[in-house]
Structure formats: structure tokens, C-alpha cells
Design a protein around this ligand. Sequence first.
Ligand code: ASP
Length: 436
Amino acid sequence: MKKVVKFGGSSLADAGQFRKVAAIIMSDPSRVYVVPSAPGKRFKGDTKVTDLLIRCHETAQKGGDWESVLEEVKDRYCAIRGELGLRSPLEEEFALIAEHLRLGTTIDYVASRGEYLNGILLAEFLEYEFIDAAKLIWFDADGRYDADKTRQEFERVLNGREHVVIPGFYGARPDGSVKTFSRGGSDITGAIVSQAVNADMYENWTDVSGFLTCDPGIVANPHPIRTITYRELRELSYMGATVLHAESIFPVKEAGIPINIRNTNDPEAPGTMIVAHAGQDPDGDVITGIAGRKGYVVIRIEKDMMNEEVGFACRVLDVLRSFDISFEHLPSGIDTMCAVISEKEVEGRESDILNAVSRAVNPDFICMDRGLALIAVVGRGMRNMTGTASRVFSAVADAGVNISMIDQGSSEMNIIMGIREEDFDKTIQNIYKAFY
Ligand code: ASP
């Protein structure tokens, strides 16, 4: 058994958190590859080290006092080193970062130092080997992740060694310069390492005990999700449920490695297991989760005999493409068609878009409604269960909410509906009540 364990920023925010992390790793000998984030917030209102580093780079660019910002970062690492009685030569590391900043360096290099330095301290504390991610994780010259080279380099550099710390969030371009993933990207590193070492499990340690069936800001103390499939997770994350970086699912999904979301502050809790396939929920839940997002518009188009007109939808989509707009859903009726689009995509161009669609398909009626929210009810259990849709829609009707659009994916494991933004919370609350 071989596990990759990734620890998020709050799990490594200070020396006390480092001790918890070490206890977790030492309690299971299969936890042999460790991927740390940079130190996160220690308390509400605190600043993450990555944000300080980004500010440091910005300040340097503007010719401001970046030294004091870098000093703040240094203090955080020195405090961890001091409290844990470690000896890593942080002074030399910070002198090198300062040198880079003085000569002009990239934002990626500076931002990545958060993980790099945390990796050095954690490796010393665990008595594990530190290997720089810039030697293992590779991008091509265009900045795209290079899976082949990464696989080769893992074999060559790691050469079967275990008990290794690999910092999250970055890798290198072909010229050796540092390139970071998007924010929260240590999750991606953890997934890549899991795939590369062919791990049996990817444990992702954070500050919550896994996924919840819905947003706790909307429903108080929602049920935790014990098991979820990659597919369900993708649907829920897309609709706004966060915890794990969306792109981090692909490498482990491809390799069929389960992900276990765990809580560093409550290590006994089983957390959420993310797997390729799962049977019915052990608690008998029909739906796995409810998520949603606000901020959509819908373009409604009506035309008599639209149904007979070959290429109608294609011409509408061509117009959207010419505006570089990607749509979310395309519910259609006999002589009607709708395109649901994120508000951000159309902002400031509303009438241009409507005019262009009108010219392209000459509709009898066209309009754009704003203030739409989408809610997704997701669950593998829906597929074999009759009456789920009716339970969902009755719950929405009981809340006195009008549904303006319904879309059920072909996988039959999600129902997506459009409602007014102002009805968002009560719709989710009522659906939750109907199922839990
Ligand atoms: N430290 C980086 C960030 O704050 C990456 C990560 O934590 O995953 O985005």
C-alpha cells in the first residue's frame, strides 16, 4: 500500500499544524509521498503566504518597498523553524529570492516559493527527502502540462524512492524556469504525483471533513457525503461546490486512484471517498449533493416552424462563437430555443448579441432574461429510482418557486433547473428537506 498525502495551506499554517501533519503521516507507514501547500491563514483575517508573495512581486514591479513584504514572509517560516527546532538554512533561501526580485523575476517563481520553502521545512521535520517539483513536473514551451515528460522524469529522478516531500503548485518549463498551476494548484500536484507513483490512494488533507451535501451557508449542518464518484463530483464542482481544484480530478481518474478528502483538525473522521464507481449510498441517500450558481442570463428565441428549419440551432451557435461565448445549456422546445450563458460572457454586449442572432435566424421573438440561477441535483442513485424528479420538483413547488428551465443530463444522474436568483436559498433548502 502506497499513499500520496497532500496537505492544504491551513493544515500547514504554523508550527502547531505541522505537528498535527507529522502525527498523521507517522500514524500510517503507507503515507510515503507528501505534497505540501504554502502556509495558509492561521486565523480569520490572516493573509496566506502565497498572497504575500504575489504582493511582494507586484510591489517590486512598481518599484515599492518589497523588502518589508518579503520580511513578513520570512518571519512566518522562521517562526515555524524556531518552534519546531529545525535548522534549514532559510537565510540563504531568502537571500536568493531577494536577489531574483532585485534583478527582476517572474510572478510564478516568487509565488512558488511558498510551497518550496514549506516543503524544505516539512521534509526536515519528517526526516523525509525533499525533491524540488521543478525537477519532476514539466510543462511545454506554451505552458501546457507535459504528462509524458513528467512521467519519464518521475521514473528517472525518483527511481523508486519513497519517503519524499514534493512541494505542490508548480513545475518547470523546458528551459527550467518555474511555472505555477492556477491558484489552489497543489491539489493538481497531488493528483499528478499519485498517478506518477501509481499510488493506491490519494489523501487530500484540508480543514473540513470532506464534502457536504450542500452549502452550509444555506442549510445548517448538512449531511456529509461519504462516497462520491468522479462524475458526480465533476458535476457538483462545476456548479460551485468547492474543496478540491476541479482539474485535480483528471490524473487520478485516469489512473483509477481513489481520493480521500480528510480533515487535519479531525483526523479520525472518515471524510469523503471519491471513486470511479460506487454502488448505492450506504445511508440509502438517493441524491449525493445539491449545488448551484447565480449569475446567468438566458436568450429566448421563438419562431414558427423553427422545428423544420435545418441548421437553425447551428446558426445561433455560430453567432455565439463569433462573440467568443461559451454556453452552458441549450434547452429547446418545438418552436423555441434557449441558450443559458454566464452573465460575465455577455456583459456590455447584450444588444449586439441579440441583433446578430436576429440577423442570423430572423426570429418572431427574441429576448434576454437576466438574474437566472442554476441549481443542480446530483446523484448516481437517481438512475434506478423512479420518482426522484417529481420529488425534486414538488419540493421546489412547495417553496413557491417557479422553474424557468429544466435539463436532465443523458447520464440521468443530474437534474439542472433554472430559477430566479432571489429564490436560490429557499429552493436549495426545500430540496434538501425533501431528501434528508
Ligand atoms: N498556495 C497556492 C495558493 O494559495 C496553491 C495551493 O495552496 O494549492 O493558491
